[in-house]
Each structure stands twice: as structure tokens, then as C-alpha cells.
Design a protein around this ligand. Structure first.
Ligand code: ZN
Length: 236
């Protein structure tokens, strides 16, 4: 990508380095930093206000090994496709692409039917799972909240890369849509965890007692997420 320098000249970092990189100029940055953006799978270089091009290039060159190692370690991206068996709210469904039918994606018996052309299969299933997640997680959250005399205002479905859920003081709960692909006891643990934050905005002993009261077997859900959560994050 080309960057306009303070002198008004543009400089092409990708051409100079020989690999794709995103360069961000930040007047607030104190020093050069390099990170990997997991979503775009690109290294991101942040330039402070005063930094010579040569210094920036040397910095990236010195981290070339780290960049390729980190990129190689990123989990593989998975896409939904015909024939996949997916767990939706704890029940297995086989993806069946039926191009002649209409309706996007929907459940029918033990099948998750997806219509239209192959290139839209993944997107259509994601859209369906997000709607389903919203419906089911709102219902479950309200049900568990009532047990501790609390209420849930709304549930939002997010596409975050780092967390499964969060809870605001305004009684709104955010969930990562991928949780709908986990076994049911895991979904229940996560809901009980977030709902308990309606009463305890921390991870104190009282908070965990509340989770345990709602979900006695919460530790298995927690362990499952620690061991397998990464696999669900592989879905784009
Ligand atoms: Zn928490």
C-alpha cells in the first residue's frame, strides 16, 4: 500500500518489502509497532508522526521471521458447505444444498437446507445461524435472568474474534454468534455466566456462586470452551 509522507511524496511499502502489509499513520503512536490483523491476515505497521521510511523498513525487515511465523500459526479458516454436519443449539443437522428451492437457509427435519448457488452457501448459513442465535439466546437469557429476579433488555449477536459474550449495566447482553454451534451445556453455561453479570459486574466468588446456582455443571461448559472454543472461531 502507498503512504503519503509528510513531504507530500508517496511511498509504496509493499513494493519495497515484497509482501502485503497494511501501514497506518498514527499521530498518537510513540513508537513503531507491528501486529497481525487476524481477520485480514495481514501484518499492520503503525507509524508514529516522526519516523523515517528507512527506520520503518528496517523495523519490518527485522521482524520478517516473526511475521511469517505468526501468520503460519493463524488457525485455518473454515466455511460451511454442502454435507457438513453442524450442531445447532446442541442438535446435529446435515447441510443440504438445494439450489432449486427458495428461502435462503432453514431447518427441515435433520437437515439445514440452503438454497441458491454454491458461492452463497456460507453466507446464507451464517445469516441463518445469527438469527437463530438471537432468538434462542434471548429466550434462554430471559429465562435464567428471571431465576435471579433480574431482567434482560436485549440480546445482540456480535462477530467478535476474542470474546464469547459481554454484559452491559443497561441489561443488554452481547453474544458471539458462533456459540450456537457449541453443545447445549456449553451454551447454557455461557448464558448463565453473562446473566450472572447482571447482578455481579466482576468475577468475584459471589459471581461464581451465582453461576453455579443457575448452572451446577458450569465447570464442564467452561472447560469445553477453553479446549474447543478455538475450533468454532475458525468459522469465517
Ligand atoms: Zn465474565
Amino acid at each position: 500500500m502507498k503512504i503519503t509522507l509528510l513531504t507530500g511524496k508517496t511511498f509504496d511499502y509493499e513494493a519495497a518489502l515484497g509482501f502485503p502489509i497494511k501501514v497506518v499513520k498514527s499521530p498518537l503512536a510513540k513508537k513503531l509497532t507491528l501486529r497481525i490483523d487476524e481477520k485480514s491476515r495481514l501484518p499492520v505497521l503503525t507509524l508514529p508522526r516522526y519516523c523515517s521510511t528507512r527506520k520503518a523498513l528496517n523495523f519490518v525487515e527485522n521482524h520478517r521471521g516473526w511475521i511469517s511465523e505468526t501468520l503460519n500459526r493463524l488457525p485455518e479458516i473454515r466455511y460451511f458447505k454442502d454435507g457438513d454436519i453442524l450442531s445447532v443449539m446442541g442438535w446435529p443437522y446435515t447441510v443440504s444444498r438445494q439450489p432449486g428451492r427458495r428461502g435462503g437457509a432453514f431447518l427441515e427435519g435433520n437437515f439445514l437446507i440452503v438454497t441458491g448457488s454454491k458461492e452463497f452457501t456460507h453466507r446464507r448459513i451464517c445469516d441463518f445461524l445469527k438469527i437463530k442465535a438471537k432468538e434462542e439466546l434471548l429466550r434462554l437469557s430471559r429465562q435464567y435472568a428471571a431465576q435471579i429476579n433480574s431482567t434482560v433488555h436485549n440480546v445482540c449477536i456480535k462477530d467478535t474474534k476474542s470474546r464469547w459474550g459481554s454484559c452491559s449495566t443497561k441489561h443488554n447482553i452481547n453474544y458471539n454468534w458462533r456459540i450456537i454451534l457449541a453443545p447445549e451445556f456449553v451454551i447454557r453455561y455461557l448464558v448463565c455466566h453473562e446473566v450472572s453479570h447482571l447482578v455481579h459486574q466482576n468475577h468475584s466468588k459471589e459471581f461464581w456462586n451465582c453461576v453455579a446456582a443457575l448452572c451446577p455443571d458450569y465447570q464442564s461448559g467452561r472447560n469445553w470452551l477453553k479446549a474447543h472454543g478455538k475450533e468454532l472461531y475458525q468459522y469465517a
